[in-house]
Design a binder for this molecule. Sequence first.
Ligand code: IPD
Ligand code: CA
Ligand code: CA
Length: 283
Amino acid sequence: MAETHRYTLGGKSFTAVAVNTAAKAGEWVHSKLGNYSNLSTKYSSSDLVTEVDKGSETLIRNLIHTHFPDHAFLGEEGVGAGPAASSQALRKAADSEYLWVVDPIDGTTNFVHGFPFFSVSIALAYRGEVIVGVVYDPSRDELFVAEKGKGAYVRGKRLQVAPQRALSDSLLGSGFPADRDYALPCNLRGINALTPKVRNIRSAGSAALHLAYVAAGRLTGFWEIGLNSWDIAAGALLVQEAGGTVSDTLGNPYSLEVRNVVASNGLIHQEFLDELAAAGATK
Ligand code: IPD
Ligand code: CA
Ligand code: CA
């Protein structure tokens, strides 16, 4: 544990609260699979939200504030749609000593279609640095958890990133962003350039869970343009604590402001960045 971080308050462990909260929210979301009643769109026609997203966020916020009433909270459903609103909300919250960064369902499109690949993502930042990250997949009952300086785990097993040394041996993950004007075309340039150069690319619809899979060595790397802090924060710590590297597409180190994210086992990172740059797929 990095000595500058405090992981408890009044005897309560931040990580225990994050784990219990993600598990409760994930179980509830899973119980609602195929059983939502209110579907609407946000930033674009493919940016979906249901009452289950909102209910999950309320449950998470209430549980966290029951334990830590003074902590700040940034959740996707509490913020207006689109990148400008989310950047502004993050800037407003940036000064908080403790900030919880939450995606109540990462993979809403999958949830809506009954495709069992979605997650609850909960991170805690201390003075802007992520110190706890939890990503819970209720469909497989896999809870990925990391604490800064203490490693990343799933089901008690320590996570380790994948061993591949070259892009040509890699299995990558990516996404098809909901923002079709700017993020999707850029990401498609990357997919177009990288697909012939890697073993294959998977896009299963939850950025947080893809990052957990990079931490678990199931994917060699992951990238996506135009994500938000709540998609990345918990998964980025998982990858770092499993021995991997997280940066933006220009190679700057990960911070909460990063939207264009590249995560990998570290060994392929520079080659990965170079290919995205050559394809004009960095921003
Ligand atoms: C989305 C998922 C998806 C990614 C999108 C995200 P949401 O989050 O992470 O995999 O491609 O860019 O917006 O809307 O389901 O929370
Ligand atoms: Ca998300
Ligand atoms: Ca979401």
